[in-house]
Structures are given as C-alpha cells and as structure tokens.
Write a protein that binds this ligand. Structure first.
Ligand SMILES: Cc1cc2nc3c(=O)[nH]c(=O)nc-3n(C[C@H](O)[C@H](O)[C@H](O)COP(=O)(O)OP(=O)(O)OC[C@H]3O[C@@H](n4cnc5c(N)ncnc54)[C@H](O)[C@@H]3O)c2cc1C
Length: 460
C-alpha cells in the first residue's frame, strides 16, 4: 500500500514537482499502444541513478511495485501498472553523455529519444542502425528493455547487437554495471544480454553504452508492386538467395495498401495483392549495382511495376506509405490485435499463405505487413469493437497463427516482446523448463517481486 509516509519519502528524493498523484496525471501514464489501461498509484520522474536507487530501496522495503516507463509506445502492455504501484518515468534522464569518435561508442541515458541519437551521430558520419518505426518517440531505454528492431534489422540486426554495456538499478536498489566499452569482452556471465529484452522485470536501465558504425556512403530505394501475393513473398526469399542483403526489405499486403491509400490518397495500386519496399546501402558503386539487381529479381518474380527513387525526395515519398501503416490501420476504429511473429526467411511464403488461410477460415480481416527480409511479419487482426463473436474467433485465430509459426520454426515475437499480451503463450515456445529457469532468475534478482510484476512469466 502506498502510504502518505511513503509518498513523502519519495517526494524528498525526487522533489514534489516530479511526483504526480492527481487522477489526470496518473491517467496519462495508464496506457500504452495496446490501449489497455491500468492506473498507477503514483507517477515518479527521477533525474539520476542515485535517485532511482533510493526510490527502489523504499519500494522494496514496503513491497510496492515499480514499473519502468519510457515513452509508453510498447505493444504488449509492458509499461502498464497491472498491480498498481509506482510508474517510474525515465524521460527526464535524456542526456547523451558521450560520443566517442575514436572508439565508435556512445553513452546515453535511458530517456534519450532513439531518433535524436541517430541525428546526432549521423551529423558526424556515424550510424546507430536500430530503427523501430516508433523511433521519433520511443526511448533508448525502452528499446534496450524490449530489444527493439526495425526495418534495418535484416542487415544490421537489433538493439542487442549494439549494446556493449549497461548501468542498471536492481530491484534491491543496488547499482550494477555490466559489459564493456570495448569491442570484445568475455569476463563472466553476459549480464548485459540478460537485461536486454527483460522488459523492465529485472531492473531499471539507467545508462547504456552503444556501439556505433560508420554511416553508409550511399542508399537507394525501390518499390515493387505485385499483382499476386505469393510472387511477392517468394521474391523476398529470392533476393536474399541471390546473396544481396538489403538494409530494408518490407512487405505490405493488399488490405494494408488499401488502408494506406484510403488514408493518404497517394495513388497506391489498390488492385495489387502486395508491395515490397527494398533499400540497399553501402559503397555507392555496389549500391547502384545492387538496386538494379534487386529490380531485375522483382521483375523476374512477377512484379508488374517497379519504382526506383532517384533522389532523397523520391525516397521520402516511397517511405511515406510504409510509415503511414500504423495510423492508417488505427483510423479504421476497430480493435487491432497486432502480433509480430517471425519465421526463418525461407518460410515467409508459407506463413503468409497460412495466415491468409486461417483468416479466411474464420472470416476475419487480417492486414499483414512488416519486415519480411528478416521473416518478421506484423499480423493485424481487425475486429469490430462491439462484436463479441468476432473477438472469440480472433482469439482462436491468434492461437492457430502462433501454432503455425512454431511449426515453421519461428518465434512468437520478433521485436514487440511478451509483456502481458503474450504471457499466456510463452510456454509453447520456451517450454516448462524455460519458464522455470526464468522464474528462478527473477526470484534471485527480485526476491520480493516488485520490479514490473505480472509481466512475461505466467504465474502457474
Ligand atoms: C507506431 C509504433 C510503431 C512501432 N514499431 C516498432 C518497430 O518497428 N519495432 C519494434 O521493436 N517495436 C516497435 N514498436 C513498439 C515500441 O515502440 C518499442 O517496444 C519501443 O522500444 C518501446 O520504447 P518506449 O520508450 O516507448 O518504452 P515503453 O513502452 O515505455 O516501455 C516498454 C517496456 O520497457 C520497459 N522499460 C522502459 N524503459 C526502461 C528502462 N529504462 N529500464 C528498464 N525497463 C524499461 C517498460 O517497463 C516496458 O516493459 C512500435 C510502437 C508503435 C506505437
């Protein structure tokens, strides 16, 4: 229970202005992109690791849940206060502490917006590739806690591939430093990787050491339009099979394209069954050659039209459609059940076909889009708000899609994580032993289960 005495203690640590108790303020921190709502008892906005350590010590003493929160853009309910408690908002800790141009690393606080770091480093010819589509609002702390990926994952990997080390405030209030500032480092267990993707259940990330790489010299982009969806998904496999790793290989099906066209009226081909957005980057000569090769593969694969961007303005126009997918689907005013299943790349045609068949069998509209180049498909089941029958069918569809994904050797989430929405299903992927080991790790680090309780690990 959050007593008046505890509130006073927290106010003394962070200052009264940074403890929000009014209903209006708490509502602002009660939701994320799932649109589910859980009201925290208090919103606390610390400014330093030391403040966080002191807050957690008192919360641990009084057994109060602490829920770390960045920008609240998560898709699985990770930042929701499902058991009440303290919503610990990290956005004041938004300093880029260091950009080391000799060793190619950056040290940042968790509240730095992803895009801000990218802009800063690109200005001096460096590159931080992880690019969740939410990058203009999401925080690097949230990205690390979720191990976020994005369109560039196909070539450059995801957040964990760029995190060298962390400072973490543990659920006991101790401050742990993990990892290295070097390109190598094998001393002891890899605690950095343990924390990355742990969704705020093992501690609060308060500092991140990130690897940077040189900014690619050149980038070229094309859109290929496919009258038939099977040809589009087979082309995804063909491009990689030809030993080209694009920096982006995105897919949109007809339902998605129609929604975007309805939203933007930009002349997208609504009669086509699918569209691929492909980007290659690197050395200019190689990039110019590869974009032509990709165009030829798409053409051979059945594309009816290929548009290659000639300049940055053209490129922006091609990206507009892809970036508009989430708002375009959002404005349909339907409930959107959004899963981000991932299969081995070679199985993309199979999973697209199986999802379509499942949707048809249950007579539900499913919009598919996503990072096809790394096998990560965003499956969006669209259901009417007041239709309980559709909701029931959608639940069965989710189960069948998960089963199909695992049968094809895939994973239930490529980047959105588990949180509360996928918690009931994780046993199907990691097994009972997997869950038990996670439970033991959680118990050792967080004996009083105060750190983001109710997430990831099923209770029984
Ligand atoms: C339009 C849209 C597009 C998206 N596109 C992508 C995409 O392409 N790829 C992708 O991977 N995701 C995507 N997401 C999901 C989401 O943006 C990412 O998961 C993002 O990393 C969350 O960052 P955040 O700052 O909003 O974190 P929050 O949503 O606030 O928190 C997410 C989780 O991280 C924990 N957390 C946050 N900060 C910390 C911290 N400092 N220490 C410990 N735990 C912490 C929280 O407790 C919670 O469990 C998208 C979301 C939206 C709304």
């Amino acid at each position: 229970m959050l007593t008046k005495g505890l509130v006073k203690e927290i106010e003394r640590i962070v200052g009264k202005d940074h403890c929000l108790l009014s209903m209006e303020d708490r509502i602002c921190y009660s939701y994320d992109a799932t649109k589910q709502r859980y009201l925290p008892d208090i919103v606390v906005r610390p400014n330093t690791s030391e403040e966080i350590s002191r807050i957690i010590k008192v919360a641990n003493r009084d057994r109060i849940p602490v829920i770390p929160r960045g920008a609240g853009t998560g898709f699985v309910g990770g930042s929701l206060a499902v058991e009440g408690g303290i919503s610990l908002v990290l956005t004041r800790m938004n300093r880029i502490l260091e950009i080391d141009t000799e060793n190619l690393i950056a040290v940042v606080e968790p509240g730095v917006i992803t895009y801000r770091l990218q802009e800063e480093v690109e200005r001096i010819g460096l590159f931080y590739p992880p690019d969740p589509s939410s990058l203009k609002i999401s925080t690097l702390g949230g990205n690390a806690a979720m191990c976020s990926g994005g369109p560039r994952g196909v070539k450059y990997g995801v957040t964990k591939d760029y995190v060298l080390g962390l400072e973490v405030v543990l659920p006991t209030g101790e401050i742990l430093n993990t990892g290295v500032r070097t390109m190598k480092g094998v001393v002891g267990y890899d605690l950095t990787k343990l924390i990355i993707g742990s969704e705020g259940t093992l501690g609060v990330i308060t500092r991140i050491i990130l690897k940077l790489i040189p900014l690619p010299e050149s980038i070229r982009t094309l859109i290929a339009i496919f009258p038939q969806i099977d040809n589009a998904s087979a082309t995804v496999v063909d491009i990689i099979g030809c030993r080209i790793i694009p920096s982006t290989l995105e897919f949109m099906d007809q339902t998605t394209v129609c929604c975007v066209e309805d939203y933007l009226k930009m002349g997208l081909p609504t009669e086509a069954e699918a569209l691929l957005l492909v980007e290659v980057d690197g050395d200019k000569v190689v990039v110019d050659r590869d974009i032509e090769r990709v165009a030829a593969i798409c053409h051979k694969g059945g594309a009816s039209e290929i548009r290659i961007a000639r300049d940055e303005k053209d490129r922006e126009a091609l990206w507009t459609a892809r970036r508009a997918v989430s708002p375009a689907l959002g404005r349909l005013n339907k409930i959107k059940i959004n899963e981000d299943i991932t299969v081995p790349r070679s199985k993309v045609p199979d999973i697209i076909k199986r999802v379509r068949d499942i949707g048809n069998r249950y007579n539900l509209t499913i919009a598919n889009f996503g990072h096809a180049g790394d096998g990560n498909i965003h499956v969006n089941i669209m259901i009417d708000k007041d239709d309980s029958d559709e909701m029931e069918r959608a639940e069965k569809v989710v189960k069948e899609i998960f089963r199909a994904t695992l049968e094809l050797g895939g994973t239930l989430s490529g980047e959105h994580g588990v949180g509360i929405t996928k918690k009931p299903f994780i046993g199907e992927e990691v097994g009972l032993t997997g869950i038990e080991v996670m439970r033991r790790i959680k118990g050792v680090l967080d004996p009083n289960n105060i750190m983001n309780p109710g997430k990831i690990i099923p209770s029984s």
